[in-house]
Design a protein around this ligand. Sequence first.
Ligand SMILES: NC(=O)c1ccc[n+]([C@@H]2O[C@H](COP(=O)([O-])OP(=O)(O)OC[C@H]3O[C@@H](n4cnc5c(N)ncnc54)[C@H](OP(=O)(O)O)[C@@H]3O)[C@@H](O)[C@H]2O)c1
Length: 313
Amino acid sequence: MQNNQKIIAIFGAGGFVGKHLMRQITKLDYRVKVATRKPYLKGYLKPLGNPGQIELIKTNIFNIENVKTVLNNCDYAINLIGILYETRKQKFSQIHSEFPYLLSNLCNEMGIKKLVHVSALGIKDRHISKYMQSKLQGEKNIQETFGSSVILRPSVIFGPEDKFFNTFASIAQFSPAIPLIGDGKTKFAPIYVGDVAKAITKSLELKNSETKIYELGGPENYSFRELMEILMSEIKKKRLLLNIPFNIAKFQSYFLQLLPKPLLTPDQVDLLKYNNIVSGNYPELSDLGITGTSIKTILPKYIYRFRTGGQFN
Ligand SMILES: NC(=O)c1ccc[n+]([C@@H]2O[C@H](COP(=O)([O-])OP(=O)(O)OC[C@H]3O[C@@H](n4cnc5c(N)ncnc54)[C@H](OP(=O)(O)O)[C@@H]3O)[C@@H](O)[C@H]2O)c1
């Protein structure tokens, strides 16, 4: 490998995608600067590279000098920062729109060769969800500011530590029923976290002077109900799959959003009103030379812990 002189700045590397991406990046011999709010809690990233290959830098992403320190001497930048719900301190517009604007401006100023930004599948003009509106604005901000960028729009991402299957498998531990919001009809194209990580590393080397957008979906589309059926069969639990119309789910979400880690927010109900599958209007995973991995090969490898009796049952 010839990348040992190339340095990548990664924002949000301590999250789910970041952890899986890190090993692929370090195997390719890149050096990595990780921007994080809490370096002392991200020590688990260091063993994913050789000694000295990964540097953790305490960063306030809205402090220009902090972000410049991370980008200094870097060849590439990757943005994985995202939130699923708003809090009093963190708003979608700040995290998904303003930070990409700041980052792409600084990438321009500091001569970064490529910015890979992870957005979300299902973005469209006039989406009713605030999450999607903020993601779309973030993409526009990057497109207008920094030509040499790649925007990746993944569908729901699965793999060890994912929030999707692990959350519903946890609910099945104590609840006799699994709620199917909107009657479970919303379609998804679940994509394996390892494939998203590959797409990010391949994007780094793309030769483009204009922003390229890729829609990333896995090899099969499933309705939400089908995904819950697969999950219940994998964890060997029989649970009632309970249809909940959107208006009732919306009402419930006003209460569920008050939990310290909200189980459901009104904005997430709005998100579920749209299918989350590739549109065919943009290049896809296969255009990056990647063959998508099926849920059925990966899910059994990590979800068994929710079976009564565990792995050998
Ligand atoms: N997971 C999915 O199913 C999915 C689907 C579609 C799109 N995406 C997008 O893919 C990207 C990565 O997702 P993920 O699942 O890896 O998310 P994640 O596990 O929640 O990690 C998100 C990262 O964002 C960082 N972050 C959040 N708020 C921040 C703030 N105020 N300042 C600095 N950093 C902040 C956190 O960094 P630190 O804690 O290290 O500071 C964390 O490492 C996100 O943009 C997400 O929207 C994910």
